[in-house]
Design a binder for this molecule. Sequence first.
Ligand code: 5GP
Ligand code: MG
Length: 471
Amino acid sequence: MSGPREACGLFGLWGDPDAAAKTYYGLFALQHRGQESAGIASTDGERVVRHRGMGTLPKVFSNRADLRKLKNPVAIGHVRYSTTGQSQLVNAQPLAANTQHGTFLVTHNGNLTNGAALRQSFEEKGSIFQTTSDSEVILHLLASAEGSSDPLERVLAMCRQLEGAFSLLILTPKAMFAVRDPQGFRPLWLGRGEGGAVAFASETPAFDLTRIEHVRELEPGTVTMVTDAGTSEHRFADARPAHCVFEHVYFARPDGTLFGDPVWRARKAMGRALAREHPIEADVVVAIPDSGNAAAMGYSEESGIQLEQGFIRNHYVGRTFIQPDPSERSLHADLKLNVVRWAVEGKRVVVIDDSVVRGTTARRRCAYLRAAGAREVHLRISCPPIRNPCFYGVDFQSKGELLAADHSLEEIREKLGVDSVGYLSVEGMLGVLSRPAESYCTACWTGDYPVRIPEGMSKKSCGEMLPLIEG
Ligand code: 5GP
Ligand code: MG
């Protein structure tokens, strides 16, 4: 796999006879957040059942029986794209442990900055780890927390030990817990389903299909507990909001709402701001689909330059497409999009994408516009130059991989082979969002990390164990 990777998606439902099936549909709406593995665990109040596997949801739940065995009124589920830990079945979530204080299942979106340190201290005391995922320390903390065996107290004690990004759903036979880290890096929503069912999801589109009402996002630094007695909220740390703006720029579905703003509106407004900051004389605006669509519309509206569909997507290209021979790599990469020659030939084109990471996408797409006869190609990017790795769950791994990390704007223009390039400024980007600028994480653009990064931390700092060979 090349290219940067998504974070994960969470969904949970308490008090619905079809909890597992609805969790399946909810996760399906979150599939963009991860396609590497998927899993659902459900309970009837006594027994917990889990089904998980590698690949997309339809692959993991390839027959009805997989869901039927999960038919219980309470379920949590996860789609994963590893940001730490290797791609293996043992890492597929929900992770599970039977402890002296009962059974816990955990799903995690985010990345723990102290995951490696916690794991090391457990291993020094003789603990055995089954996975290479940073999320497994959560189970160890739940099992070993001092104090009572009351699950809520154990969850609160566990949360106080974690640093970094963690939106969590935790299941026990008698309770569900939804956790958001003090920064609220990753989203997590509370919803209300039919018959008073309580729901949680990473993004609101996961609620829409199953007619779950969007209630609100969970408060950073809190645990929400759901039991047969009702729902209650418990604070484990002061809120210090640092919401990931990249969720707005790229990750999240444009039909949802995040951190108080509809994603579509935010993206369009970023495109408008981009047009004000980097105007250019041109004949058409085109998006690099789908990620550039909303910003291109905003750019077109603000500039008055007509929007055209410059690329057509082939919807049948998926992960099931046979892996190409090295000689076919570039064919494979181009299979997804083709240029609409008529829309760009002889024209001065402004091409919009949401972000440049390595630069592969922009370079390739702009070259195709030129080959199709575009007279000028002006690249506009609806977020600032990405210069720093993310340690909170986005897979921008090392500076070396980031085009903007050590190149000037002119060098970037040249490398991408365009006539001009313009990035939205940090102020311009934050200016379209409704919360105060201090309540967002901008580390990948500014290098300003809201939670301390341990020295030498890298993707590999967590869980470098040998993979188990399973038959
Ligand atoms: P590049 O090709 O420059 O490495 O990546 C930029 C392109 O990838 C943009 O079109 C953007 O929409 C998309 N992109 C940005 N971040 C991510 C990510 O985390 N995962 C995936 N799959 N694509 C991303
Ligand atoms: Mg894209």
